[in-house]
Design a protein. Structure first.
Length: 339
């Protein structure tokens, strides 16, 4: 810093103010200091600055799986939003959702010097009686059922599922089958519950629920199974990856989408419009989720009152070519109420 000051012809205090982004430096002087920094290859010591300020400008992210599209896109959105605020992100995958693993993750984050933590908690964990997040930690939670204990940001899972089912019913389908995600997933549970309640509210029969694991392979197996169901004309898949496998399974069994069956997904992944046929799906605003999670963490760091409970990010249905009226819609009688 002293070398930069000598080269720029200013005081070390002025160099310090430029390094820390203070607005009190005249612009011409700032440019003079920056030019000296570039010439000497000077970079501020971020570790020393962090120790002096007591902040590290880093947000830790704990996640229990990197294999799902939703988690990966949420993580991408967090990193992007944090960078826009001048923060880095430190990722800490956790192998198993147990108390010891959670405690160990927070210990490691403390050692890595982070200012706050975002937990992507897709699986049932926070409501388990044996698992608690450490008290006093600045925490924001994504995709969970943490109640009023933490600030939570989640997609409107139920609203998106209802929109998918109503879209298919409005096209004239008697009922809608559902390919759900894994049992331990909060998102899968909310989407399945909304599917079931929407059918009951419409006084329609509720078919057997099929269970997948978010992968296209599980969707493919479901497609082979549903192709043999003569009464199945519409399917709501709990994510786009399973919908992709579903389309292939139906195709391999000689069933045409949407002529024989209509299919709706959930997520609106970037590739959804390139499926054959292009997939009707529920759009999630992952960018907004990331912004709200980072904003919640920063509000806690600034000692502002954070929102407790759950902030819901709206979804909307994107209609493409994978849905249509059922093949016999023109000659069908009005649907009879379910028993």
């Amino acid at each position: 810093m002293a070398d930069v000051a000598r080269l720029a012809g200013v005081s070390p205090q002025t160099v310090s103010r430029v390094s820390n982004g203070h607005s009190s430096v005249v612009e011409s002087t700032r440019q003079q200091v920056l030019a000296a920094m570039r010439e000497l290859g000077y970079r501020p010591n971020s570790a020393a600055r962090a120790l002096k300020r007591g902040e590290f400008r880093t947000i830790g992210v704990i996640t229990f799986t990197l294999s799902t599209t939703g988690n990966m896109r949420t993580l991408e959105a967090i990193a992007t939003s944090a960078a826009e605020e001048g923060y880095a992100t430190t990722l800490l995958p956790v192998a198993a959702p147990t108390q010891d693993e959670v405690r160990g993750a927070f210990t490691r984050l403390d050692e890595l010097a982070v200012d706050a933590c975002i937990v992507i908690m897709e699986k049932h964990l926070l409501d388990a009686t044996t698992v608690y997040l450490p008290p006093g930690v600045q925490v924001v939670v994504a995709d969970s059922d943490a109640g009023e204990r933490y600030s939570v940001v989640d997609t409107d899972q139920a609203g998106g599922a209802r929109a998918a089912v109503r879209h298919l019913l409005d096209l004239g389908h008697r009922t809608v089958w559902h390919l759900a995600g894994p049992e331990e997933s909060f998102a899968a549970q909310r989407r399945a519950d909304a599917w079931r309640s929407t059918l009951r509210e419409a006084d329609r029969a509720v078919p057997e629920l099929l269970r997948g694991d978010w992968t296209s392979e599980s969707g493919y197996r479901a497609g082979l199974r549903l192709a043999d169901e003569p009464d199945c004309t519409a399917v709501f898949a709990a994510n786009d990856q399973m919908a992709l496998g579903l389309l292939r399974g139906l195709h391999d069994r000689g069933r045409s989408v949407p002529h024989d069956l209509s299919v709706v997904g959930f997520d609106d992944i970037p590739e959804a419009g390139s499926f054959i046929p292009p997939l009707t799906t529920v759009h999630q605003d992952f960018a907004q989720i990331g912004r709200l999670l980072v904003d919640g963490a920063l509000r806690q760091l600034r000692n502002e009152s954070p929102e407790r409970g759950t902030t819901i990010v709206p979804t909307h249905l994107v209609e493409r070519a994978s849905t249509a009226p059922p093949p016999d819609a023109g000659r069908r009688r009005a649907p009879e109420p379910s028993a």
